[in-house]
Design a protein around this ligand. Structure first.
Ligand SMILES: *[C@@H]1O[C@H](CO)[C@@H](O)[C@H](O)[C@H]1NC(C)=O
Ligand SMILES: *[C@@H]1O[C@H](CO)[C@@H](O)[C@H](O)[C@H]1NC(C)=O
Ligand SMILES: *[C@@H]1O[C@H](CO)[C@@H](O)[C@H](O)[C@H]1NC(C)=O
Ligand SMILES: *[C@@H]1O[C@H](CO)[C@@H](O)[C@H](O)[C@H]1NC(C)=O
Ligand SMILES: [Zn+2]
Length: 250
């Protein structure tokens, strides 16, 4: 086959999968609740950056895996405040995926159009400044969305990422209950998992995560990023970070 044909075919294949993932009715974002590749588990950690961010990154790295952080700009901590830009660069450099959880963790179905735009764009600005990238994945806070929300996300070519296993750490589950959520998730799994955790709870980081990793790997799961398990790019643009200046505040 001529090289030009090969390239053309590859381009069409890429376009085909892009259209499946991205907008179908103009601007509405696709909503993803599970991984696509058999054997893939995407562990996700919301609501950071916070104190335990590097510990989560290291724990998953030490297990030979990758994970995904859905970050806020101004929630448990201000993303621009030391040491958080360094923490984020640390997990990014370790190959984990950094994605948007909106600027200030509002329920997006409560927001005006202008507020929706601002919640997404302020977060993208922070990613531009701190890492020089634009994330393709966004998790709406509380997993709440409606058509207006999906159109705002879709206009920015992002995919809305939900989950299929919830550790329950943000809704009052004990360590034992969170561990059981993983046991049940594995028992009921169709061979993929997209699991919700929060990097802001010490129990999640020191108790639940090591247990989950052990169980998942014993079962034969590979720990990958959300982008990897969906077969999409984690970032729609990758450039250089900016230098900290007076605009780095919350
Ligand atoms: C994470 O923190 C816990 C508790 O402080 C510690 O036992 C563990 O070694 C840390 N893990 C890593 C990879 O740093
Ligand atoms: C980000 O981390 C990498 C790898 O550790 C390092 O080389 C680079 O200087 C860091 N960038 C910033 C802006 O801190
Ligand atoms: C989504 O929720 C917002 C806020 O309640 C509302 O203004 C908007 O009309 C809703 N959109 C749809 C399509 O229901
Ligand atoms: C979204 O993707 C379309 C098609 O690839 C492109 O034309 C458009 O500029 C992108 N928009 C944004 C905001 O990246
Ligand atoms: Zn959240």
């Amino acid at each position: 086959m001529a090289m030009r044909t090969v390239i053309l075919l590859a381009a069409f294949a890429a376009l085909g999968s892009a259209f499946k993932i991205l907008a179908r009715d103009g601007t509405s974002a696709a909503v993803i609740t599970s991984c696509k590749k058999q054997g893939d588990c995407a562990l996700t950690f919301d609501d950071g950056p916070y104190k335990y961010h590097k510990n989560v990154s290291d724990t998953v790295t030490a297990a030979g895996g990758k994970c995904t952080f859905f970050l806020n700009g101004n929630n448990y901590a201000c993303i621009y405040k030391a040491p958080y830009p360094d923490y984020i660069n640390y997990s990014y450099s370790a190959g984990h995926q950094l994605a948007s959880h909106t600027w200030s963790h509002q329920d997006m179905t409560d927001l005006s159009q202008a507020q929706l735009d601002s919640e997404i764009d302020q977060m993208d600005t922070a990613f531009q400044k701190i890492l020089g990238v634009t994330p393709t994945c966004l998790r709406p806070p509380y997993g709440n969305y409606n058509q207006t929300v999906l159109e705002a996300i879709g206009r920015r070519n992002k995919t809305a990422v939900i989950w299929d296993v919830d550790s329950g750490d943000s809704t009052g589950s004990t360590v034992a209950q969170s561990k059981k959520a993983y046991d049940d998730g594995i028992a009921n799994s169709d061979g993929t998992m997209l699991a919700l955790n929060h990097e802001v709870y010490p129990n999640t980081v020191t108790e639940v995560l090591p247990y989950a990793i052990q169980r998942l790997q014993d079962w034969g799961f590979t720990l990958v990023t959300v982008a990897e398990c969906l077969g999409i790019e984690p970032y729609s643009s990758v450039g250089e970070p900016a230098k900290p200046d007076f605009t780095w505040h919350c």
